[in-house]
Design a protein around this ligand. Structure first.
Ligand SMILES: [Zn+2]
Length: 463
């Protein structure tokens, strides 16, 4: 009897041990399966929210179409189109403001957005309309060097893509903070050129912080530079005015063109001998050149001619406007802020500085930053100014940039929206919810066999 009991007990213990081992293996398998699922969900969400989402957003952006009249009706060579991206107010955080995680996240977002846009859209030139840095106005030399290094990594670009940056009040300080030292260190990194001409298009990049109009040293220098640019543009426009005679002189070749194509302008800048005479175009150029020599205003002297195209004005502060009351669209300022009156020389340029700029440069288009919100303003004479919203998710839920297709005579603009911050956050929250469900389901699965075994033992003891 005792022997039978011992055998039964031994058998029971062995069965329990086997059951224990089986249960452990089952638990291990379940745990590793849960871990794999968690890793898969986390990886998929990170991949989507930190990489793919930028491709998904920018994939829908297209360069706007612009009319491109042919140079020569026989060869039908179209005018070159310059593809330009305009973005503003990146506000890279410095060492003082903002949490390190905020800094890391915003810079990662901007880097991914910029690099994806470069890869997909292949612009010729990118303009950043000021406030590249948040703390350039007070940063120490070491902090400035660190900020510049991070900027250069984030906004790296192939050598055939030009990157042009306009100074903003956070880069060199508001007028009262601005110093020659800060302006020079900014220009050392980003070049001090105010005039940039490419594919027959002139861009004037203004240091709008220096347009205070109080005669300060930096302000006087900035105004002198602008009047010199104005002189160059006006002298070049003389050639453009002569163009009107061309259609009468060579109606077959110049039919339908209203401004001198840049390629012809280049020819007129070359020293003699000019292209072989005999065809109408070359004869007209010879005539035009001698006409210029005779008729050119004395103040033009030996000014190097620019493309005769009216310039595009790029600056950080917007031209004077009372408020954003007339702005509309999903990325305009919030309704409660739109009617708040702007302060001259702080929110927008002064009336006087705005009038000077328009008088000196006679631009065909103005793009500015600073307000962080979008706005389309139609100034007197039908001049369009576009306020470019901030490129940083720290300032906006829905950052964007402007895409411009420009020719010497025409331009077309469109906006490319980047991923919305709330969409990304909702995706992360959804993923966190999914993970919670997975873990809960797993805990239940583990609990079920345990309860099953416990109940079996209890039943056996009762028996
Ligand atoms: Zn600003």
């Amino acid at each position: 009897m005792d022997l039978a009991l011992s055998c039964w007990q031994l058998g029971r213990e062995m069965a329990m041990t086997r059951l224990g081992h089986g249960r452990q293996t089952f638990r291990l398998l379940k745990r590793s399966s849960l871990l794999l699922r968690i890793i898969a969900v986390v990886f998929a969400v990170l991949l989507f929210c930190e990489f793919l989402v930028y491709y998904l957003a920018i994939f829908w952006c297209n360069w706007p179409e612009v009319q491109t009249p042919a140079y020569d009706s026989e060869q039908e060579t179209p005018e070159p189109v310059l593809r330009a991206m305009f973005l503003a107010d990146t506000h890279l955080l410095g060492e003082v403001r903002g949490h390190w995680l905020d800094k890391l996240r915003r810079e990662w977002q901007m880097e991914r957005a910029f690099q994806t846009a470069l890869w997909w859209l292949q612009p010729d030139v990118v303009f950043i309309l000021g406030d590249v840095f948040d703390e350039g106005k007070w940063s120490s030399p070491q902090a400035w060097a660190d900020d510049v290094k991070r900027f250069q990594r984030m906004f790296r670009h192939p050598s055939h893509v030009q990157l042009k940056v306009v100074a903003g009040n956070h880069d060199i300080g508001f007028h009262y903070q601005m110093s020659t030292y800060r302006v020079k260190r900014f220009e050392k990194v980003f070049n001090s050129e105010r005039l940039f001409s490419w594919k027959g298009i002139n861009f004037v990049m203004v240091n709008s912080v220096a347009l205070e109009g109080d005669g300060c040293g930096i302000c006087s220098e900035a105004e002198a530079e602008l009047t010199e640019i104005s002189r160059k543009l006006n002298c070049s426009r003389e050639v453009g005015d002569d163009w009107d005679d061309a259609s009468a002189f060579c109606p077959r070749v110049f039919r339908g063109h209203h401004e001198v194509p840049s390629v012809l302008l280049l020819i007129t800048q070359l020293p003699p001998p000019f292209p072989p005479a005999g065809d109408c175009q070359a004869r007209w150029i010879n005539r035009l050149t001698s006409h210029q020599q005779e008729q050119r205003p004395s103040q033009c002297g030996d000014v190097q001619l620019l493309p005769a195209s009216t310039p595009v004005l790029l600056q950080h502060y917007p031209l004077y406007r009372r408020s954003d009351a007339d702005c509309s669209g999903e990325d305009a300022a919030p309704p409660e802020e739109r009617t708040v009156l702007f302060t001259e020389k702080y929110d927008v340029l002064s009336r006087e500085a705005s009038q000077k700029l328009l008088w000196w440069l006679r631009p065909r288009l103005v793009l500015s930053g600073h307000t962080h919100s979008a706005c389309e303003v139609l100034h007197a004479g039908g001049l369009l100014e576009l306020s470019v919203p901030s490129f940083s998710w720290r300032n906006r839920n829905n950052p964007s940039f402007i895409m411009g297709s420009l020719t010497p005579t025409d331009h077309a603009l469109s906006k490319c929206y980047l991923p919305r911050e709330d969409t990304v956050l909702i995706t992360y929250c959804g993923a966190a919810g999914l993970l919670a469900v997975l873990i809960l389901a797993h805990v239940e699965l583990l609990a079920s066999p345990f309860h099953f075994g416990w109940n079996l033992l209890r039943k056996h003891k009762i028996m």
